[in-house]
Design a protein. Structure first.
Length: 108
């Protein structure tokens, strides 16, 4: 299995790239980014997901109640049921990503 180095894009870099690609000012690109994230959070808080055809889905997955142990005190604790926000990539995007990365790595 191929291991990727952890070279994440941070919000500041994302806003700069959005500004370059759209011609928006940095402030407007930042506002659009924050509005997107706010909409996503609000939708999750309503118990709903957000789907982008051909890209993927921002979903909520239920988490069952479970027992856990505090590593410091070794006491058992009940972790309540809840929801875990996840992103599920579409098949098409997954294939595009894998093909592009393979081509880039074989061209080195």
């Amino acid at each position: 299995m191929m291991k990727m180095k952890n070279d994440n894009m941070f919000r500041r870099e994302f806003v700069e790239e959005l500004s370059k690609r759209t011609g928006l000012s940095g402030a407007d690109a930042s506002e659009v980014t924050m509005a997107f994230l706010d909409i996503l959070e609000d939708t999750w808080c309503q118990g709903r997901g957000v789907n982008f055809t051909g890209f993927g889905a921002f979903e909520l997955r239920p988490i069952s109640e479970r027992m856990a142990r505090n590593p410091k005190t070794m006491e058992d604790a009940l972790v309540p049921a809840g929801f875990k926000p996840v992103f599920k990539v579409s098949r098409g995007l997954r294939a595009t990503i894998n093909d592009t990365i393979r081509q880039n790595q074989s061209g080195k």
